[in-house]
Design a protein around this ligand. Sequence first.
Ligand SMILES: Cc1ncc(COP(=O)(O)O)c(C=O)c1O
Length: 369
Amino acid sequence: MKIDFAKLQYQYQLYKTELDEAIHAVLDKSNYIMGNEVTDLESNLQTFTAAKQAITCSSGTDALLLAMMALDIQPEDEIITTPFTFIATAETIAFLKAKPVFVDIDEKTYNIDPRKIEEKITSKTKAIMPVSLYGQPADMDAIQAIADKHGLKVIVDGAQSFGSTFNGKTDSNLGDISTTSFFPAKPLGCFGDGGAVFTNDDALAEKMKSLRVHGQSKRYHHQYIGMGGRMDTIQCAIVDVKLKHYAKDLALRQEIASKYTEALENKDLVLPFVDEKATSAWAQFSVRVQNRDELQARLKEQGIPTAVHYPMPLHLQEAFAYLGYEKGDFLISESLSEEIMSLPMNPYLGDDEIEYISKAFSMKKNILK
Ligand SMILES: Cc1ncc(COP(=O)(O)O)c(C=O)c1O
């Protein structure tokens, strides 16, 4: 058997008629920039997430920049975040010449550990940026309480978690501003780059709309230093089609995660943990194993692709050497980066495929340790 990690081609074939129609409608109108499909999608994103404002933008990376620019993050400001994430989280902080301040993760959820945040707050701290890793929001009750106590803003990096919930609220409805990514392999992906920011604050929304088009207030009049951060009309049309099917896709991802959990329960690995207050969008199904390299090679031999999110925590990345962190500073993130491994995850994974993958784990030559 040869297993496809994300089944993007399969998904295109599934919705081909609708997707082709939506793409051709844009081609026919040639309204490539800020066409009506952009506002249509934004309005449908608002409905889906119950966030008051949804604003599309050029990527999940630019969504983080827009959020921080709207909150007026300045050079030298400190933003507390996790080192166990994709580089864009902290890279965008550094890009604005602010300082990422890392806090280790919770051993069970792999999200930022709120118990370790307060000791890192200084007079320069302006915001906390939790990441909803693998699709699950961080402990937002605890994070929001700390932010409120210290007068800090909260920006949720929800690149991986569109449609997830915490205390019944969607991930896009948490913090001051929440972001997402429509990168193709994300749970809700387009056919290139795309992203969005969400907020319940109308003034922040207006500012982000302006920042996304070079800080423009009206044509060729610029109120702020902004960016070229629009999402293409074609990509919005594509996401709008996929959004119609997304509730079903999310339910399927949940079902697959449950089936994986059942099938892998007695194998020698640590399964994903979802907090009872949260639901995950299951961007990844990541397990913790002892002999990862060997296991990955053996699974590959059997046609089972795996991935590592992420092999090196951010505090040990060369790009962040200037921050002065050392090996040993964030032990949970460090050990996880050596042990974590993501299994194929998409809404269309068949029962036969899940069984095949789980059997690969129980074969004698694949026994862990
Ligand atoms: C946690 C996190 N933040 C930000 C991003 C950036 O999103 P994009 O690739 O759309 O720029 C990603 C994408 O992988 C991500 O996983």
